[in-house]
Design a binder for this molecule. Sequence first.
Ligand code: ADP
Ligand code: MG
Length: 163
Amino acid sequence: TSFPLRMRSQVVRGFGRGSRELGIPTANLCREDIGEEFFDGLETGIYYGWAGIEGTTKVYKAAVSIGYNPTYENKTKTCEPHLIADPSEECRNKSSCGETQMEDFYGAILRLSIISKIRPELPFESVEKLITAIKNDIKVTEDKLSGDDEVAAAEKDWCRSKK
Ligand code: ADP
Ligand code: MG
């Protein structure tokens, strides 16, 4: 696989587990939109990159899961970025609050540029351990994307650009 990996897709509904069970929503992308052959060829794993929602101007750092969510033994492969949003106003005043939830954007077109891989997909023995791992993936994503270079500039620009 050669990076960056760019894709565009409508945001579709998944099992609703991200927010409900884990407190970490993921925008599920659509195999047909991404391109079936390209999608099927994506190596499973946890990745980081940039994401933008068409029609808006913000660009987000994103931790991306590609695969079968082995803790849940999904039968179908998914590609689902978690967008790292700024903490809400309410949250910013509370040091303990790590909440970065946004308004729902189902149906929107998301642009994603995957920069690199963090780790393979792993089954965890409990939901708590899965959450700990995802929180660490989010931290890695924030760290890896904190510098500014030419690739970052180009990929952020692509995520921001309109159709
Ligand atoms: P689903 O299984 O339908 O994907 P999730 O619980 O994973 O449900 O929630 C994902 C939805 O939450 C996204 O499609 C989007 O509309 C919304 N959402 C809100 N904040 C975020 C975020 N920071 N990253 C990704 N999706 C978010
Ligand atoms: Mg999801």
